[in-house]
Design a protein around this ligand. Structure first.
Ligand code: CP3
Length: 335
């Protein structure tokens, strides 16, 4: 298999770098919004044909993308644990928070079936150069959502529970790690060629708590993943040096962290992914392309997957993304 994205995940520097974009299958695309006019988010998550279609939309529009991330949501794990996840206007809601459910209740793996079927389906239609990416939420990020029951500004309920009832919180983190690893392994069996673990709320914990409470269960999840390279995305303004020993092939660098710092600290044993600020895409082609080229230049000679430093924003103009893709692919093509 000589897909560029997989070569980088093996530690090779590839020029120009392979690229994909976090949240590329979603609301910034008019063709996604057209599907959502007819079908709810819940329908997309339970219908493999719709999920496959939405996964392929960005691949058709941007043929130079090197990765296709399967359409799903990190919250399916909480749904499989019995939280009852829905996606009304204004963001996801849980019918039951984690403290309201029996921690010994088994994971209902039937909830995972549609995403696995969608991966199989996408695989039959994916151009040869495109890598199929699976994903899951990291334990702390799932715990945060699972304790709040919805999005939160400060995640105080989750943090307070973690600090005051560690004897209950820590087993939940282990359980979430096992569920995440299980989902990723099922995705790999279904055809995912690389997987990403999203620790989107890593930066909501202080540096010490992130290192001691959130990283170990994330490491536990990644350790149990077999058969495909692993990318870990911790969205935090400061990244602990300990990430060097995370059991993963690549770190996805948030936009807040200068990529050259990450390169000096982690590139001896990790490929790096990232890290254009998604907001740069809102500033028009000139600004976005200039900032994208600067990242590519900085990462020259190192194993690098070009990406954003967090998910693409719904208000992004697809034409600006197209311009960035062209620029990254031309920046170093003929050296
Ligand atoms: O291209 C892709 O990456 C699509 C697959 C995907 C979705 N969610 C689909 C989705 C992925 C990788 C996610 C991850 C996810 N979901 C994260 C981590 C990624 C990140 O942004 O850091 C988080 C925190 C969630 C939880 C979640 N799901 C929220 C907070 C929301 C509402 C706000 C938002 O970001 O859209 C969702 C809904 C959701 N998940 C949508 C999509 C396309 C929007 C649903 C719609 O209105 O159409």
């Amino acid at each position: 298999m000589n897909q560029d994205l997989l070569r980088v995940l093996k530690g090779e520097a590839v020029s120009p770098p392979p690229l994909w974009f976090m949240r590329q299958a979603g609301r910034f695309l008019p063709e996604y919004r057209a599907i959502r006019e007819k079908a709810s988010m819940e329908q997309l998550l339970s219908d493999p044909d719709l999920a496959a279609e939405v996964t392929l939309q960005p691949i058709r529009r941007f043929p130079k993308l090197d990765g296709a991330i399967i359409f799903c949501d990190i919250l399916v794990i909480l749904d499989a644990l019995g939280c009852g996840v829905t996606f009304p206007e204004g963001g996801p809601r849980l019918a039951r928070t984690l403290d309201q459910i029996d921690p010994d209740q088994p994971v209902d793996e039937r909830i995972f079936e549609p995403v696995l079927a969608a991966i199989r389906k996408v695989k039959t239609q994916l151009p040869k150069h495109v890598t199929m990416l699976g994903f899951a939420g990291a334990p702390w990020t799932l715990f945060a959502y699972g304790m709040e029951g919805k999005g939160s500004r400060n995640w105080t309920r989750a943090k307070t529970f973690l600090h005051t009832q560690p004897q209950k919180a820590l087993p939940w983190l282990v359980r979430l790690a096992e569920a995440a690893a299980r989902l990723l392994n099922l995705q790999i069996e279904a055809g995912a060629q690389a997987v990403q673990l999203f620790d989107t709320w890593a930066g909501e914990l202080d540096f010490d708590d992130y290192r001691t409470l959130a990283m170990p269960p994330a490491a536990m999840a990644l350790q149990q993943v077999q058969g495909a390279p692993r990318i870990y995305f911790a969205r935090a303004a400061a990244l602990p040096q300990r990430l060097t020993s995370m059991p993963c092939e690549a770190l996805s660098i948030p936009w807040q962290v200068p990529i050259q710092d990450a390169m000096h600290r982690f590139s001896h044993n990790k490929a790096l992914q990232g890290n254009l600020d998604p907001a740069a895409l809102l500033a028009g082609k000139d600004v976005a392309c200039r900032k994208a080229r600067a990242i590519v230049e900085e990462m020259k000679g190192h194993p690098h997957i070009f990406n954003l430093g967090h998910g693409i924003l719904p208000e992004t103009d697809p034409a600006v993304l197209a311009a960035v893709i062209e620029d990254v692919k031309q920046a170093m093509g003929n050296e």
